[in-house]
Design a protein around this ligand. Structure first.
Ligand SMILES: [Zn+2]
Length: 452
């Protein structure tokens, strides 16, 4: 009996270590550290941030340990029960660092298991040498953060530590500096969510051209689009999965015009519900017009798919499969599907495999779940051409969290590629080439960064 058990155990262990499929010879010893060193030292393109200027952070109440917890860790702290008003108070200077910690502590203990919070811990450790968040460390960490902002901190973190050579920043922030490094991505929310005559009038005033008809409105979109391209915007972002589903019907001009006229005739102060069925035909029509412009100018389009931050969202709205009619109609537009489609990773694989014009972007993903990222990167490297995967975007407003997120990303990419080499699926050379593609070269090519 003992022998049978031992035999079964040995077989199970061998199968477990060998992975699924061996195609290439097993690697030479030392491949783990060679792959890891290559990834650790390589330059990276960061495909998605909400980065604010360094100067914007140097304000009362902003530079303390809470800097590492805003944006995403906040979502889990709220999910663990902290009211929004309480959290917002922690981002002001109305409390001392220790008072903030005392309020945060029970929620932190409830939720510090999540990857959002783990990323904050890794950042505190790797950037500031602070090994934990507790009553003994928060004051020291806060002092170190404040001191860092007296230096050329953004440069030190983004360029010297992250080795990032291009960052795509969502919406324009021209304060950020070097236009070769900081590229921008434009949303046209004012055209998609034009729910009242006043909103349309605001666009007309900004362009100094009256808008009376749907044709005028589409023309104004064209002006805004070309203006964005002239101002260092290299892609379009469509983030409407927070407000509505991602199925954009190919509606007739007449149908869209009906809605447009209705909006223009609304009494002052009235609006159409911005995520309602009444406005949907006009929204659908305008998204198609954005895609016409993207096609005519070879501008890639980033779509939010999958998880929406915060509460009150409908996850089924964001399923990337809703976009299929667009992939079919706009064969020459590059559709970049964000956030690894979490939790629709299988759907995303099918779409990126089947459609030449669909790309996977893993921004935000590693801090949502390192396990999902690992599982699906394994799967996507088996299902989708590696040339169509972009494997890093921090999706943060401040550089510290970008660094922490990049450390997560590099660990996961290293682990997946090392396992694929260990199993004989890739050679070591192939794995290194793929790292170079998914963390750098693909983004340069797909986003036309060598031409802009
Ligand atoms: Zn984002």
């Amino acid at each position: 009996m003992k022998t049978i058990l031992l035999f079964t155990f040995t077989i199970a262990l061998t199968v477990g270590l060998c992975g699924q499929v061996q195609v290439k010879p097993f690697p030479k010893p030392g491949y783990e550290s060679r792959i890891s060193n290559y990834i650790s030292d390589m330059k990276v393109v960061d495909t998605h941030e909400h980065l604010e200027d360094q100067a914007d952070w140097i304000k009362p109440g902003k530079l303390d340990f809470m800097l590492l917890l805003q944006h995403y860790a906040y979502d889990d702290i709220r999910s663990a029960g902290m009211p929004k008003q309480t959290f917002n108070k922690l981002l002001t200077d109305s409390l001392t660092v220790m008072e903030k910690w005392t309020i945060l502590r029970p929620y932190w203990e409830a939720t510090s298991n999540t990857a959002y919070c783990r990323a904050a811990l890794l950042t505190a450790n790797k950037l500031f040498g602070v090994k934990d968040l507790n009553e003994k460390t928060v004051e020291d960490l806060s002092a170190k953060i404040k001191k860092a902002y007296q230096t050329d901190w953004y440069n030190q973190v983004l360029v010297k530590k992250c080795l990032i050579d291009h960052v795509l920043v969502d919406e324009d922030n021209s304060m950020l500096g070097d236009p070769l490094m900081f590229k921008h991505v434009k949303r046209f929310g004012e055209f998609i969510f034009a729910v009242s005559a006043q909103k349309i009038e605001t666009i007309a005033k900004a362009q100094n051209t009256p808008i009376h008809t749907l044709d005028d409105f589409v023309k104004a979109l064209g002006v805004a689009f070309h203006n964005a391209l002239d101002h260092n915007n290299v892609a379009i972002k469509i983030g409407v999965a927070y407000e509505r589903d991602l199925f954009f019907d190919d509606v007739t001009k007449e149908k869209a015009d009906e809605v447009f006229r209705k909006i223009m005739a609304l009494p002052e102060g009235s609006v159409l519900k911005y995520n309602g069925s009444e406005i949907k035909p006009l929204q659908d029509y305008m998204v198609h017009r954005i895609l016409d412009l993207a096609r005519a100018t070879n501008t890639p389009v980033q779509f939010h798919t999958g998880l929406q931050a915060g509460d009150g969202n409908f996850i089924e709205n964001s399923n990337p499969a809703h976009l299929t009619n667009l992939f079919l109609k706009y064969r020459d537009v590059k559709f970049i599907l964000f956030h690894g489609g979490y939790p629709f990773g299988g759907e995303l694989a099918s779409l990126a495999k089947g459609f030449k014009n669909v790309y996977i972007d893993m921004c935000w993903l590693y801090i949502i779940s390192p396990s999902y990222s690992e599982r699906y990167l394994h799967e996507w490297l088996e299902t989708v051409p590696a040339s169509k995967i972009m494997a890093f975007g921090g999706d943060f407003r401040n550089v510290e969290n970008i660094y922490g997120h990049l450390l997560f990303a590099k660990q996961v990419v290293t682990k997946v590629l090392t396992e694929k080499v260990r199993d004989g699926y890739f050679t070591e050379e192939e794995a290194i080439k793929i790292a170079q593609m998914i963390l750098h070269d693909n983004a340069i090519r797909i986003l036309n960064l060598d031409k802009n």
